[in-house]
Design a protein around this ligand. Sequence first.
Ligand code: NAP
Length: 275
Amino acid sequence: MSSPPTPSFLYGTAWKEGRTAALVELALRTGFRAIDTANQRRHYFEAGVGDALSSAYEAGLVTRADLFLQTKFTYARGQDHRLPYDPAASFSTQVAQSLASSLDHLHCDYVDSFVLHGPASNYDWTEYDAEVWEAMRKQRANGRTRAIGVSNVSLSHLEQMVAAGTENPAFVQNRCYASLGWDREVRHFCRERGIVYQGFSLLTANVDVLHHALVRSLATSLNTTAPQIIFAFSRAIGILPLTGTSSAEHMKQDLASLDLSLPPEAISGIESLAG
Ligand SMILES: NC(=O)c1ccc[n+]([C@@H]2O[C@H](COP(=O)([O-])OP(=O)(O)OC[C@H]3O[C@@H](n4cnc5c(N)ncnc54)[C@H](OP(=O)(O)O)[C@@H]3O)[C@@H](O)[C@H]2O)c1
């Protein structure tokens, strides 16, 4: 199975509970074609995403082939009691059970990207992660995912993956803090290796930047909003952005930011604002 085309914007489905299906359907109607979810019932209602997909297919809005669907495997320590696998089984079995359950929730026979939600240790790439990664590669070989990725990783995790001779992920998904140069070290690692860097919490983790005079004056001069400036900026520095907006208006604005291009001095100015 070939690698999926890289989307331009991901619609995130965390924390939407009973509104998940309606919001995902609205996002698809607004023009999003890439959806991020996880088989982690604590924060995501993946079956609600599947309901939205069914409605969108029935309405003739999209077909499966139009979409980029991404889900995640989450270790038991990141879950509540609603586990999508047998916690007593091996990690390899847990990975297979989790993805089988995701495919069931999403009413499809493959996802475009399957992501390890976070390594077992905050510091090291452990033998547990190695087992999970191998199991994820097997799922890809069996055609249940087109690509595999990792989330919530540090540069050290990624370097340890390299040192262990591990295959590079296709995607890295991280919270992106302006105070850390917008995750500069990890972004650079990814860029050098052709790994697509996905950034989340671009607005919520960087409220000071959103209100900074530079961003506000750019928004005024370009007749746009500060969040749109941040999304346009993130793409300009190689970040594939996520938004989890629940607002119809913000969905439109977030997608419209794809047409916004910033002058080079604005990009370097925002990049060095806080880190
Ligand atoms: N891998 C992980 O561990 C992990 C962790 C967290 C999140 N994620 C993923 O990333 C997704 C996004 O999460 P997030 O933390 O980036 O965002 P989020 O929590 O969904 O919040 C986005 C915030 O930005 C606001 N917003 C969005 N567009 C706006 C606009 N144009 N103007 C003004 N406000 C705007 C939203 O408000 P409104 O709703 O009012 O627009 C909301 O308060 C999640 O749904 C999930 O899929 C992954």
